[in-house]
Design a protein around this ligand. Structure first.
Ligand SMILES: [Zn+2]
Length: 156
């Protein structure tokens, strides 16, 4: 049963500032370590701002079964998940920190805007708005307002 997309949820890899992370590492964590059938995100934004697809996602309004990723239990069937590399302090990797590089910030802003154009009803959210977690280590509604998003596209 395919459902209409409702949320774009932003995550961080919860890794130390400036540390490069590859898609193979994410696959190993989620598929081998966690034993999930699919990774947690449909795409990742690297430190240099490059967007890499992890699970292909077409831009129609519906989430097909093969587009579902495991970002937040309970809402995956109506969500697209993306992740930026980083989210923790370099000196204390257990501590959350907004480590987005200027290139990541820019790409994330572009991506979010593209999505609100493709899906006018979509709401942008952070993982921490659905779970008691620090991820993505910044306040997503504040970010959405910084980049001039319409209130109807900001999940509260
Ligand atoms: Zn997350």
């Amino acid at each position: 049963m395919t459902k209409k997309i409702k949320y774009l949820v932003i995550h961080c890899t919860a890794t130390p500032e400036y540390m490069p992370i590859s898609s193979d590492m994410i696959r190993a964590w989620h598929l081998n370590n966690n034993g999930w059938r699919q990774v947690g995100y449909s795409g990742m934004i690297h430190l240099n701002g490059y967007y890499e697809t992890l699970v292909p996602f077409d831009d129609d309004d519906f989430i097909a079964p093969w587009e579902i990723t495991n970002g937040v239990r309970g809402i995956n069937a109506v969500s697209r998940h993306i992740v930026y590399v980083g989210g923790c302090q370099k000196s204390n990797p257990k501590k959350a920190k907004d480590t987005r590089t200027p290139a990541q910030y820019k790409r994330l802003a572009e991506f979010v805007k593209e999505q609100t154009k493709a899906h006018p009803h979509i709401q942008i959210a952070g993982h921490n708005q659905f779970s008691n977690k620090a991820c993505p280590s910044f306040d997503v509604p504040t970010f959405c307002r910084e980049i001039g998003l319409a209130e109807k596209n900001i999940y509260q």
